[in-house]
Design a protein around this ligand. Structure first.
Ligand code: UDP
Length: 367
């Protein structure tokens, strides 16, 4: 069967690419192996009417106006600014670490200008590699050993199932350390959650007469029968190349959803549990979506090795393998018949806005 554009995967990368090409008059066929669109940003309404993010909490945040304008074409946004508390030593403390975290934790009353001195003192009494070679070095060089142990070490081991010394520094770069009292998780100019959810937004992105969608359809089961002019691949990088350079590690989550017969469960939309219990964090969805109900829906997150891939694992070994695969990607893309986009296909720890930006940038030349 002939086809103009074949898009593999109906997540954010695949649907954004489909939309851009459809608007250029190209005919797009999207194949998605899961039974739903949206990839890992898929959400659904629970029985009590609260929207649940099936693969963990997703908050849209970007500094990029073109990305913000793009998503706003397909959904209104609730102007939600995400806040997280970390449960440490029996206290719910602001996270990322800021002036208030330090004051509440140590019973201090210091001004923001004294936070620097406090942290410098902690760092002076700690040892680490400089320049940083790994996740631990980045954190300890900013906050010292004690705060690293309380807030970062055990969460990181739960999340990645490896010692933080094995993780590359970039993962730690996701979490700022603040001297100020700013308690937001993100500081991007534009932040929010789609008013009717991500699935509805992505449904609208895919809603174009030039786009057809096949769910429950694996790329491997159709690729021998379809000859597209252009294939946009958003699945796992190693699987596309038949694991030629061995498997890349991806990480999944078991997201255990529970409904409770009470109005409120916890003091913030997300509470992180670095040290206690086996879950990494608990999400209370109504605090993010603003939905009203006498009940509340909670998601407990248990990271795991196998299952739907949600994260790449930033270790030296994986990144070296990635380089080998990306050289092949370059050759394939040079032909003009293939593009590889998104977290899984580029093996990059992208946020949602970065996926959309990467997609819009890569497709510019096809316009
Ligand atoms: N992290 C941590 N303690 C926390 C939250 C995060 O040590 O309370 C570390 C952990 O290694 C995690 C990484 O920072 O994987 C990135 O956190 P982020 O919240 O960005 O993870 P995501 O939302 O992508 O799961």
């Amino acid at each position: 069967m002939k086809c103009d554009v074949l898009v593999v995967g109906a997540g954010l990368a695949g649907s954004t690419a489909s939309r851009v090409l459809a608007e250029c008059g190209r005919k797009v066929l999207v194949v998605e192996k899961r039974s739903h669109i949206g990839g890992n940003s898929y959400d659904y309404k629970s029985e009590c009417g609260i929207t649940v993010h099936k693969y963990g909490p997703h908050i849209f945040h970007t500094d990029n106006k073109s990305v913000w304008d793009f998503v706003n074409r397909f959904s209104g946004f609730r102007y939600y600014q995400h806040k997280v508390l970390s449960y440490v030593d029996g206290m719910f403390l602001p996270f990322p670490i800021n002036r208030d975290t330090i004051c509440e934790m140590f019973g201090l009353n210091i001004g923001t200008c004294d936070v620097k001195t406090f942290l410098e003192n902690e760092v002076r009494n700690s040892s680490f590699n400089s320049p940083s070679l790994n996740f631990r070095d980045v954190v300890v060089s900013q906050v010292g050993e004690m705060l690293y142990q309380k807030f970062f070490r055990n969460y990181t081991v739960k999340q990645w199932e490896i010692e933080p010394e094995m993780l590359l520094p970039d993962v730690a770069g996701r979490i700022p350390i603040r001297e100020s009292r700013d308690s937001r998780y993100f500081t991007d100019k534009y932040q929010g959650v789609p008013v009717n959810g991500y699935t509805a937004m992505i449904q609208n992105i895919l809603g174009h007469e030039n786009i057809s969608l096949l769910l429950n359809t694996d790329y491997d089961s159709v690729k021998a029968d379809i000859t597209p002019n252009l294939t946009i691949f958003t699945g796992k990088l190693d699987s596309f190349f038949n694991f030629e350079f061995k498997e890349l590690d991806y990480r999944s989550v078991n997201f255990d959803v529970k409904t409770y017969e009470k109005n409120n469960f916890q003091p913030a939309a997300v509470v992180n549990y670095p040290n206690d219990y086996d879950w990494t964090r608990i999400t209370e969805f109504k605090q993010m979506t603003g939905e009203n109900s006498e009940k509340t829906v909670i998601g407990f997150e248990y990271p795991k090795k196998n299952g739907e891939p949600c994260y790449i694992v930033s270790t030296k070994e994986n990144i070296s393998k990635r380089e080998l695969y990306m050289a092949k990607v370059k050759d394939f893309e040079k032909t003009g018949h293939f593009l590889f986009i998104g977290r899984l296909a580029e093996y990059k720890y992208y946020n949602m806005d970065q996926v959309i930006y990467a997609t819009l940038s890569k497709l510019n030349k096809f316009k």
